[in-house]
Ligand binder design. Sequence first.
Ligand SMILES: [Zn+2]
Length: 153
Amino acid sequence: MEQSDLMVRRIKEGTVIDHIDEGKGLQVLNALRIDGKDGSLITIALNVPSGKFKKKDIIKVENKFLKDDDTNKIAVIAPTATINMIKGYKLVEKRRVSLPNEIDRIFRCSNPDCITNSTEHIESVMDVIDKQGRVLKCRYCARVLDVNKLKYN
Ligand SMILES: [Zn+2]
């Protein structure tokens, strides 16, 4: 067992999002709209040692099983993340995230004149036009967007 596994308490039922790039854990929570307001127990570990020179973030959400649609949204933020489903303290399913063809809601378009930035309350929709380079394109104003410079909704 890795040392890092021991630092975060084991959960009985729920989802563990592991191998999130260092420093991206809070963005992942935000993208998944996990805020604990429903009373579920959430454990967040930032900067957990992973291997010799690396660190990672880990999120554990108890009593909640995240769907593929949800977890794939985090592929733009944390492409190396793994999703682990735990039942009865046992790992029952492990999957990697894969970038979907479109990403809604998570990011704000960088074009101030875009309709999604107006007072109309239109949710952003972005097409993934380059999965390797993680390049998005706003479906409303067609602006090509750099994931690393986008603001979150
Ligand atoms: Zn736009």
